[in-house]
Design a binder for this molecule. Structure first.
Ligand SMILES: NC(=O)c1ccc[n+]([C@@H]2O[C@H](COP(=O)([O-])OP(=O)(O)OC[C@H]3O[C@@H](n4cnc5c(N)ncnc54)[C@H](OP(=O)(O)O)[C@@H]3O)[C@@H](O)[C@H]2O)c1
Length: 170
């Protein structure tokens, strides 16, 4: 094969980034009884800022706790229920299909919870944007542990009641 033939091959498009976005209390809690056990409008504004224009992948329970597709974002809902559907969202039956589908949709792939979805996607993620909430509330849903030796804290912003921390894979 000549050099010219090799040069004529189309370049492989860059892989879409996979970013986990979560708000996590000091004790690892992210949810309780189907809801988030704190109210931090400034963190909601941050969530809106970092997710607008991107594609969210979320579990069916998280979608139902929000109750509607979030404006300005594309949503892929994970469910094993073949009959489940909702207006304005894409549906996937497993994580691989969700990631493949989301990679064709606008922006980065944002993993938006809940617990099983974060745990399943952890090994695939390029970045975690975690709001460290300065509370330790009761909760039934936890963010998964991750091996900090594989990740680097690249940015930390302090706010009133929470820090926003970016972790990138080494
Ligand atoms: N603090 C935060 O940043 C944050 C973010 C998100 C959510 N939350 C909180 O977390 C809680 C909800 O999380 P959760 O862990 O209970 O539920 P969830 O992950 O949102 O939803 C679980 C459901 O998603 C589907 N699912 C999950 N993984 C799947 C997979 N690999 N393949 C196919 N389907 C899959 C299944 O739906 P079916 O049962 O329909 O099959 C499963 O029952 C709420 O309290 C919410 O407020 C907090």
């Amino acid at each position: 094969m000549s050099r010219d033939t090799v040069a004529a091959q189309p370049a492989r498009p860059p892989r879409t980034r996979i970013v986990m976005v979560a708000a996590v209390a000091q004790n690892g809690v992210i949810g309780n009884d189907g809801a988030i056990p704190w109210h931090l409008p400034e963190d909601f504004a941050h969530f809106k800022r970092v997710t607008t224009g991107h594609t969210l992948v979320m579990g069916r329970a998280t979608f139902e706790s929000i109750g509607r597709p979030l404006p300005g974002r594309t949503t892929v809902v994970l469910t094993r229920d073949p009959d489940w559907s909702a207006d304005g969202v894409h549906v996937a039956r497993d994580l691989e299909s969700a990631l493949e589908l989301a990679a064709q949709l606008p922006g980065d792939v944002v993993i938006a919870g809940g617990a099983a979805v974060y745990a399943a996607a952890m090994d695939r993620a390029d970045e975690q944007i975690l709001t460290e909430v300065h509370l330790a509330p009761e909760g039934d849903t936890l963010y998964p542990d991750f091996d900090r030796s594989q990740w680097q804290e690249t940015r930390r912003e302090s706010h009133d009641g929470f820090d926003i921390v970016r972790w990138e894979r080494d």
